[in-house]
Structure formats: structure tokens, C-alpha cells
Design a protein around this ligand. Structure first.
Ligand code: ADP
Ligand code: MG
Length: 460
């Protein structure tokens, strides 16, 4: 792979991990111009982008590059004015367009997000594969489109990363839009909604009418869709605004749809009255797809992208990527790039080689510290309290979860766990681990919480 191809392939992966809008803003005008002693140099248009990439996306970028070429150790970001002549030439070569057909296959094409609704037309029910893992969520979403504001209000969809939540809730919006041209629809992320609340409050002293204007604007929708509502955790003012917005909308028979990576019960620092609103409509989860469904998904994506390979290849990919549809799609994109580069029909051996680095990377070993930190972050409790003798009610469960994870993930001994977690007896550790193990079977929420903590634990 030359530098150019390397960067394109890496971007193809990064794109799947960050929001499209962010991808466009921060990565579109970048190129890779040098690779020396394991350090690659990426050129960026300005210092702002440089800072942003270094602080926010460095890990994604480095990981994607490493997946492609494992000897890459670091990335150096350089502002484009400071280039030498030769680097400038490389840059010009790198900017050359990806052929249109490949662009289409990889969906590199310009986003056509609808400015008014915020919806991306690519998310529809037609291209959403249904299996037992998402059946309830799908059926509820369809029901909502047919009974707007009347049947399930709100609709609350939750599940792990990359499993189709955004796709599904946007499909609700796109369907309603298509069938009812006059309806006012809005899709926003929680981050966006929060930042609007914050900006409005800040400017409130100068222009007191802003808050009225804000309220008016958010209360006029027939369908309001808010994505990743777990980010509301701890944001008191935003929670308050959302609570009132929801009440006004639902009383007027308008529909609200939420997504979250966890059940309402598992969102920390959430006002009780809002939690009970979330639970007051339909709460539907999305779990993990089974093998057959994974094969169906990857096949349908391949058809969409006009890319053909033999069934054994689809089966191999689906067999190896189990917990994330976005990753299934990422693997497919890699194969498309590979087959474009080699210009030959793919056979299973190529696939094993191409995907080897992502499929066979052993889970990075986690550590005691990581486990404590992940659990403390997740439940929003202090690390110190987790590890001392505090008997506070809200600490008990998180501490048991730590003990369980220490046992499961690190294979720590019970005496070690007991000693580390506040000088407790080994029987306390045994009891905690068994309790959590049993409860996971019975309690979907706890199971979801632990899956999320693990996901974060092994992220990068
Ligand atoms: P989430 O919001 O749960 O993190 P997304 O909705 O962003 O996940 O889905 C990740 C990717 O996987 C998207 O490109 C989406 O189109 C695709 N995807 C997820 N579930 C399905 C499905 N059931 N059928 C088809 N594509 C899916
Ligand atoms: Mg999402």
C-alpha cells in the first residue's frame, strides 16, 4: 500500500467509528504524506483541526492505521502551510479522488443530511434487517409510524454500540416524512440538544426572550427524535428543559422517540421524573444478532454496495464479528478496498489475510486500575469509595460489579479481591461474584450494564 492508499483505507475505518458530521469536518481535508521509523505524518489544514485530531480522534486514527500496518507507532499532525516542496507534491497526489464507483461502495459520498429535519435518508426500514435480536424494537418502531403520538409515547430504544439504534430511530423519521409531508419532524443528538440549551441559557441574560424562543421551537414538532439520551446524565438544566418539552409534546399528542445505550434504570444522575417518563411508554431493547442474521446483514450491505463475493466469505466474516453491526460493515469496506487494489476476485485466504489484523488481535489485557476506573465512571461513584469500606447503598452494587469483573476478566483470586476491595474477607468476594453472576441471568439491565462496562474496558 502506498501512503495514499494507506490513508484512504484508514479513513474508511475511522469514518465508521465517528459521526459523519465530525468525519466531514475534521478529516475530509487531510492527507498522509510521510512514514518514517513507524511514525506517519498527517497534514491538516489548520491548527484548530490539528488540536482537535490530537485530542479527540488520535486513538481512532492510530488504531485504524495499526490495523492496516502494524509497525506504525505514532501519528504526527502537521499544519499544511509548513510543507516542503516534496511533501507538497505528495499531498497533491494524495488528494486525488477515489474513483466514483468505489466512493459509492464505501459511502464516501457527500452526506445529504436533510437540513430541516436532521435526518439522513440512508436509514430506512427497507434496508434494516430484522432478526430476533431487534424484533421488538423494530415492531415498536413500525407501530409508532402508524400511530404517531398515540400508541407508544415515548418510544425508548436501547442497546449496545453499533447495533442499529440510530438506524432504527431515523427510519421512523424518514418513514413519517415520506408518508406525511406536512408533519414537522426533528432528529437531534443529545449532545446537540444539550448544547442548544446551554447556549440559550448563557445568552439569556442579554436577551431574555431567547428561552421563550427555544421553548417554542422545540415544542412545535409532530415527531421529535433524540439519539443517545444516556448523555443526559448529570446535565440538570437540560434534563429540566427536556422534561417540560416532553410533557408539552406528549400532551398535545405529538410523538417522541429516544435511543440510549442503556435502559432508563441504568442511566446515572437522571431526574426521577424524567426516568419515569422514559419508562412510561414503550421500552424496547436491541441485543446481539445471531449468526444467521449477521450473514443476512452483511449480504444485504454487499448488495447495497454492489459488491459480490462467495458465500464462504460472508460466512467467515459473520462468524468472526459478533457484537457490532458497524464492525461487520467496516470489514466489508475493507474487503471492497482490498479487491479494488488487487483488481481480482477475492478468495477466502485473501479475506483471512486482509481481516486478520482486526479479527485476531487478542483483547488487550485490562488491568486492575482500568476495571476500577471503568466501573467508577459508569456508576458515577468515586474510585476511592469503591475500594474502601464505605457501606453507602449506592456503592454496594458497583463494588460487587468490580469484584465480579476482577474475577472474570483478570482471574484474580478471591483473597486478592477481598483484600484490595477494602480489606474484606475472601468469602465476601466469593459472595459478590456469585451474586452478580446469578443476577446477570435474571436481570437484563444488569447484563446490559456489564456488557457496556466491558465494551469500554476494552475500547482501544
Ligand atoms: P448504534 O446507533 O446502535 O450505535 P447504528 O444505527 O449507527 O448503531 O448502526 C451501525 C451501522 O450498522 C449503521 O451503518 C447501520 O446502518 C448498520 N446496521 C445496524 N443494524 C442494522 C440492521 N439490523 N440492518 C442493517 N443495517 C444495520
Ligand atoms: Mg447511534
Amino acid at each position: 500500500m502506498n501512503l495514499n492508499e494507506l490513508w484512504r483505507a484508514a479513513l474508511g475505518e475511522v469514518e465508521l467509528q465517528i459521526s459523519k458530521a465530525n468525519f466531514k469536518t475534521w478529516l475530509q481535508n487531510t492527507s498522509l504524506i510521510d512514514k518514517k521509523d513507524g511514525v506517519v505524518t498527517v497534514v491538516v489544514p489548520n491548527s484548530f483541526t490539528k488540536e482537535w485530531l490530537e485530542n479527540k480522534y488520535h486513538k481512532f486514527i492510530l488504531k485504524s492505521l495499526r490495523n492496516l500496518e502494524s509497525d506504525i507507532k505514532d501519528v504526527n499532525y502537521q499544519i499544511s502551510q509548513n510543507l516542503t516542496k516534496e511533501e507538497q507534491r505528495n499531498k497533491n497526489a494524495a488528494i486525488k479522488e477515489i474513483p466514483e464507483t468505489i466512493k459509492k461502495q464505501l459511502e464516501f459520498q457527500e452526506l445529504n443530511i436533510d437540513a430541516e429535519t436532521g435526518l439522513n435518508p440512508r436509514y430506512t426500514f427497507e434496508n434494516f434487517v430484522v432478526g430476533s435480536f431487534n424484533e421488538l424494537a423494530h415492531a415498536s418502531a413500525i407501530a409508532v409510524t402508524k400511530n404517531l403520538g398515540r400508541r407508544y409515547n415515548p418510544l425508548f430504544i436501547y442497546g449496545g454500540t453499533g447495533l442499529g439504534k440510530t438506524h432504527l430511530i431515523q427510519a421512523v423519521g424518514n418513514t413519517v416524512k415520506k408518508e406525511n409531508l406536512h408533519k414537522k419532524i426533528k432528529y437531534v443528538t443529545t449532545e446537540r440538544f444539550t448544547s442548544e440549551v446551554v447556549t440559550t441559557l448563557r445568552s439569556g441574560n442579554l436577551r431574555p426572550n431567547n428561552m421563550d424562543e427555544f421553548k417554542r421551537r422545540w415544542r412545535e414538532f409532530d415527531l421529535l427524535i433524540i439519539d443517545d439520551i444516556q448523555f443526559l446524565s448529570g446535565k440538570e438544566k437540560t434534563q429540566e428543559e427536556l422534561f417540560h418539552t416532553f410533557n408539552v409534546l406528549s400532551e398535545a399528542g405529538k410523538q417522541v422517540v429516544f435511543s440510549s445505550d442503556r435502559h432508563p434504570k441504568s442511566i446515572q444522575n437522571l431526574e426521577e421524573r424524567l426516568r419515569s417518563r422514559f419508562e412510561g411508554g414503550m421500552v424496547a431493547d436491541i441485543s446481539y444478532p445471531d449468526l444467521e442474521t449477521r450473514i443476512a446483514i452483511i449480504k444485504s450491505k454487499a448488495i447495497e454496495k454492489n459488491f459480490q463475493v462467495t458465500d464462504d466469505i460472508f460466512e467467515y466474516v459473520a462468524d468472526n464479528i459478533k457484537k457490532n453491526v458497524r464492525e461487520l460493515e467496516g470489514a466489508l469496506n475493507r474487503l471492497i478496498i482490498f479487491s479494488h487494489q488487487t483488481k481480482k476476485e477475492l478468495v477466502l485466504d485473501d479475506v483471512k489475510k486482509t481481516l486478520g489484523s482486526i479479527l485476531n488481535t487478542p483483547k488487550k489485557a485490562t488491568t486492575f486500575k482500568n476495571i476500577i476506573k471503568s466501573v467508577a465512571d459508569f456508576y458515577d461513584v468515586s474510585e476511592k469509595e469503591l475500594m474502601d469500606r464505605s457501606r453507602k447503598k449506592e456503592i454496594v452494587k458497583p463494588r460487587q460489579v468490580v469484584m465480579f469483573l476482577l474475577r472474570e476478566e483478570l482471574k484474580s483470586s478471591f483473597p486478592f479481591i477481598g483484600t484490595k476491595m477494602g480489606g474484606r474477607d475472601h468469602t465476601t468476594a466469593i459472595h459478590a461474584c456469585e451474586k452478580i453472576k446469578k443476577e446477570i441471568e435474571l436481570d437484563q439491565n444488569l447484563n446490559g450494564e456489564i456488557n457496556l462496562i466491558k465494551e469500554k474496558l476494552y475500547l482501544i
